[in-house]
Design a protein around this ligand. Sequence first.
Ligand SMILES: [Zn+2]
Length: 378
Amino acid sequence: MYKLIKKAGNARLGEFETVHGTVKTPGFMNVATVAAIKGGLDAEDLRTINTQVMLCNTYHLHVRTGDETIKELGGLHAFTGWNGPILTDSGGFQVFSLAKLRRIKEEGVTFNSHIDGRHIFMGPEESMRIQSNLGSTIAMAFDECVENPAEYVYAKQSCERTTRWLIRCKEEHERLNALSGTVNPHQLLFGINQGCTYDDLRVKHMEEIAKLELDGYAIGGLAVGEPTEEMYRVISVVEPYMPADKIRYLMGVGTPGNILEAVKRGVDLFDCVMPSRNARHGHLFTFGGVININNAKYEKDLRPIEEGCDCPVCRQHSRAYIRHLVKAKEVLALRLCVMHNLYFYNTLMARIRDAIANGTFDAFYNDYIGVLDERASD
Ligand SMILES: [Zn+2]
């Protein structure tokens, strides 16, 4: 259940209540693809860095170790030791981006596993069953994610099919929640808005899916090849048609600057692999901009990654030590870099929430929008 607390322009401060705890929004979900954060962080680490929601990938867990097995083991919460909210994606994005030789039909998609090549069929019902077996807090509807740019005619047909799939998802989801032996009978379902970068398709699709009274609504199919300005335009176009009393999630976005822009346009929830992916290259986020720890100037720098950062890494270690670990390709380098970056994202969201609460969101936006995605000056 979403509760809107306060607005600053279109930016929304809110709370989203789930059976696994309350999510303060705007919020950022930490991506644990195969039920683990890349970089070696476990559930205890996630609690330490103020994570609110863990996100796991349905497709990856289905092909290995298998959702039936995870159900037998008590679901994702028991399996990972994370007792907070978990969102599972539908598998759609991976099916359309990772899998080879896919065939789309009205019933669903046939594709080959990227692990062992075996044939797999996934449609709305299969995706709902897998997510029910995983026992996540929030399940995502199964949709087709179309790459941008896409032909208008194809985008329109795909959108209409995604609506029909959503109706099937909802029916199957309700059926599964009512079964005895379901891991999480209180599982929530979010619908996903599609329509590529065509405003009329986006609006019509949002109007259609809003009628289905789902627990939340996501904007999907963005940050998949279109210019950033197009993404912001689509968010602004769709936002007025998103139910105001439901949580709104922008999938797969983005840089700290992207997030700030989307919050300003009325989005509540985010996820992105960027904090961990960039950490792999030694790119570290700070409120003064992005640091590349590989840089020679940090060789003898005894300051933490960010002065004043209260994360376990900055409290203990110097830039010089982290640079050394990165250069030596030590496993610890990735762990420390990911930990700081995720802490930064979680802290960024907390500071955005504080700014909306205090009536200083515009000032916060103006102070940081030109800084966060740029290279730090020192
Ligand atoms: Zn830090």
